[in-house]
Every structure is written in C-alpha cells, then in structure tokens.
Design a protein around this ligand. Structure first.
Ligand SMILES: Nc1ncnc2c1ncn2[C@@H]1O[C@H](COP(=O)(O)OP(=O)(O)OP(=O)(O)O)[C@@H](O)[C@H]1O
Length: 473
C-alpha cells in the first residue's frame, strides 16, 4: 500500500483522485492550497503527489523542485487544465513522472498512478538491495537485479588476481565491465591495455602481443614492445578472445602460466606481471567442442566468469540509461536538458534491442537531434524504424481471448498502446513503403510502368519515393 497526496484547489478533482487511489488500495488525502499541500508533503511520508499547476495561492510547478528534494522523493504527477500542456512538459523536464489532464477519464488517472507506483517500487527495491555501494562503477548505469548480480561479481573479481572471462551479446558493456574490474583492483594505477583480437592481422598477432626485435621480419625497422609487456603491473584485456588464432592460443597459454615470453626475433625472455581479463560474445564451450578454441586456455581464462544479460532481460535499466544518454547528447549538442515522457520509456521497453546498450545510445542520439529544442522527448522523436518495430511487436502480442461478459475483445491486446494517430501513421507508413518497394520491383524501376500500375502521377510517385527514402532506380 502506498500513500498518495492530491494538491488541487478544485475539490471535485481531489475527491475523484482520492477515490481512484483508495480503490487501488492506497491511502490518500488532499490539500486545497499549495501552502497546505507543502505542509503535508514535507512530512516525507508520501510515495506519490498529484500536483495541480494553477492554484489560488501560486503555481504548482514552483513546488516541484522542493518536493523533489524531500527525503522520500515522492513521484509527482502534474494535473493540468486545458491549455497547460507546455507547463506540464516543463514539469516532466524538471523531474515529474507524468502529467494528466483534468478532462481525462478516471481510468487514465488510475493507469498513470499504477505505472508511477510500479516504477517507484522497482526503484526503491533496487536501492535497498544494493550490495555493491563501495564499487567504483561511474560509467556503468543501471540498478536492475540482473545488472547488480554482474556488479557483485565485478566486486569479487576485483579483490582477486584470478583471470576473468566476461561473456554477453554485442553491446552489453563487456569492455565497460572489464575496465571496472581493473579500476577496482589493486592494479588500477597501472595500465589497462586493450587487445582487440578480432582486429589484429593474423601475421602480426604474435609481434603485437610479444613485441619484436629490430630486423625480426621484413618491415621491422625498430624493435617494439609488445602489449603483454605494456600491461606489466596492470590489466591485459583480450577483447573478442574467441578470435585468437589457435597457434597464438598455445603460446598465450604458456605466458599465462609463466608470465614469461620471448619477443619475436629475440633470444632473451622477458617477464610481465599482468592480470588477464577476456571478453567474448561467442560460446567458447561450443568452440572447444568444434576444436577452434583450446580447452586448457578456456579453463585458465575462466577464473571468474561474469555474464552480462542482454538489455531485453533488464528492461528496468532502460529508464536510467535513456536519462543518462539524453543528458550526455544534449550537452554535446549544446541544447538544454530534456524531460522524458513515460510513454517513450514504455515504448523503448517493448523492443528487443539486438544491439543492446550500444544500439539504445545510438537511437537516443537520433531522438535528441530530431527533437531539437523541444523540452520533452516523446516516442514521436524516435527514428521511424524503431516506432515501426514497436508497432509491429504490439501487433504480434495480439492474443485471442474470449471477451468477458459485457466486454468487447480487444483487437490489439498489448502492454504498450501508442496514441492511435501515431500507431495508424506508423502502420500506414510501413504499408506504403512495402507497396512502393513491390511496385518498383515489379515495374523493374520503370517509372512510367509504375505510374500505370499504381495510377499515380509521376510527381506524386517521386514525392512518395523521396518520403520513404527509396530510390527510383
Ligand atoms: N550499463 C551500461 N551503462 C552505461 N553505458 C553502457 C552500459 N553498457 C554498455 N554501455 C555503453 O554501450 C556501448 C557498448 O559497450 P561495450 O563496448 O562495453 O560493449 P561490448 O559488450 O564490449 O560490445 P562488443 O561485444 O560489440 O565489443 C559503450 O558506449 C558503453 O559505454
């Protein structure tokens, strides 16, 4: 059960919201002035405040920053009258959870209330369960239980000297976590040396890792220190370790065991006190079975294994990640910080994210650019392909279910319902694009033929192709 406060000078609105909150099983009370409201809110006992904008004794938005600094930092939903939506957008930018209009139905009030309280519950339980408070993790964003399990392992691995293997899909943050292991270890003042095993030409891998003497091979004009030596007293990060050629795997295993190696063309052995952290998005066990990865090396690398979950399995983190990316890109583009509409977050949480956090960052950069100076980011600012994916995934979640007596069965039963005009526009656009692709394919890119088949004029056809970013040839 949560505690809800309504601050509004219209008593009928207060009573409606009180009823909505109580029916959902929460305790609720109301205040008809800002002064009274603040007195109640300052007790710090509320989880959620419904806050009107225009009250007889002042503007609700002026109270928002004060409410945000209260110890329990309750969620705030702004109640707006007709024509106040600009102020409401500003409110979201300043930390309000959502805004609702006075004319909205009680169902809309109750939906907004339950979403805000659900978010709050997750936020509080994530804070409570935080066992890794002492870990330096500045760049790693997220509080989901799945992410925290991985952070716990970082904390454990950082206290040890054992090798660490970080696994996970592309873009899940493997390099970020590898850096966190280094930064939290006793080696943090020495270097973190990245070896991109996928990007090293096979004939140079050995000399890049072990170094070489002058004249060791054609083109070796100078002797060069290898990356293993550079990582002395620090951490050697083998990114994409699954791509390491088999011949080098054998030599590297020996270095891992003895911490001694011989640069190419040298007769002297050198030593290096490095700690290895490796990462891969491949299944190394399968590679071992297939004979393309050495079992003994895998055994050696797996001192600690940290698996990073894909973003779709920790959707709770999306909000914080988006907040951080939007702030970062606004700063980079020199535009004022933006608020985030809850419907934007819900849409982002409905997607699969095959490129994980990296893909989310790219999408948010595009959205920030598209929104320009608008103060709040909405889903309409997202790139078209993302909105289409969301619309299609909501179509796929359609599940036939018998209608309850007196209730119509819903055509699109999905958790994220976009506004109808947005949904319609997305589907319409997708259909139009498919039509044009088929049309141009069938007409073999002959414009006159395409016009004949479609009944479109040339100028209209060109305009449509341009709109859909399709070429006419
Ligand atoms: N939890 C996170 N918090 C903040 N940023 C993150 C997080 N996870 C990943 N990123 C960002 O996403 C991008 C990709 O991360 P990173 O390069 O570490 O992924 P990766 O798993 O090593 O990817 P790949 O397998 O493709 O090399 C980086 O810009 C990184 O800063």
């Amino acid at each position: 059960m949560s505690r809800v406060l309504v601050i509004d000078d219209d008593e009928s609105i207060c009573l409606t919201l009180l009823h909505v909150a109580k029916r959902a099983g929460h305790e609720a009370c109301y205040a008809l002035t800002l002064a009274q409201g603040w007195n109640l809110a300052a007790s710090g006992e509320f989880d959620l405040v419904f806050l009107d904008v225009r009250l007889t004794d002042g503007n609700g938005l002026d109270l928002l920053p004060k409410i945000n600094t209260l110890p329990g930092s309750p969620e705030v939903i702004i109640i707006t009258g007709f024509g106040d939506s600009e102020g409401a957008e500003l409110a979201i930018r300043n930390g309000a959870w959502d805004y609702i209009e006075k004319g909205d139905s009680a169902k809309a009030f109750s939906l907004s209330l339950s979403r805000a309280l659900e978010y709050r519950e997750q936020k509080l339980s994530a804070l409570k369960g935080s066992t890794v408070v002492s870990l330096k993790r500045d760049a790693i964003i997220g509080t989901s239980p799945r992410l925290k399990e991985s952070l716990d392992l970082v904390a454990k691995a950082s206290c040890s000297e054992a090798a660490v293997l970080i696994t996970g899909e592309t873009g899940t943050g493997k390099e970020l976590f590898a850096r966190a292991v280094h930064e939290n270890s006793r080696r943090s003042s020495a270097r973190f040396v990245v070896v991109d095993c996928a990007a090293m030409p096979e004939n140079l891998v050995e000399s890049m890792l072990f170094g070489h003497e002058k004249g060791a091979f054609t083109g070796a004009d100078h002797s060069r220190e290898g990356l293993i030596r550079t990582a002395d007293r620090g951490t050697l990060f083998l990114d994409e370790v699954g791509e390491l050629p088999l011949s080098i795997q054998k030599a590297f295993l020996r270095v891992l065991q003895e911490h001694r190696f011989r640069p190419v063309g040298s007769s002297t052995e050198l030593s290096s006190d490095f700690r290895v952290v490796a990462a891969t998005n491949r299944n190394l066990d399968t590679m071992v079975t297939a004979g393309s990865f050495r079992q003994d090396l895998l055994y050696r690398l797996r001192g600690f294994e940290i698996h990073l979950p894909p973003l779709r399995e920790r959707l709770d983190d999306i909000r914080d990640l988006v907040r951080s990316f939007v702030d970062r890109f606004c700063e980079a583009y020199g535009i004022p910080a933006k608020g985030l509409a809850p419907e934007l977050i819900q849409l982002l949480q409905s997607l699969q994210w095959p490129g994980n956090v990296r893909q989310l960052a790219t999408v948010m950069e595009q959205a920030v650019v598209a929104a320009g100076l608008e103060p709040v980011l909405f889903s309409r600012h997202l790139p078209a392909e993302i909105r289409i994916e969301a619309a299609c995934s909501s179509l796929k979640t359609e599940k036939p279910h018998p209608a309850l007596p007196g209730q119509e069965s819903s055509a699109f039963d999905c958790s994220v319902i976009p506004p109808l005009h947005e949904f319609r526009e997305t589907i319409y656009n997708e259909a139009e694009r498919k039509y044009l692709l088929n049309l141009m394919g069938q007409a073999q890119h002959d414009i006159s033929e395409a016009c004949r088949v479609s009944g479109l004029s040339q100028s209209r056809l060109y305009a449509l192709l341009k709109k859909q970013h399709l070429t006419s040839h």
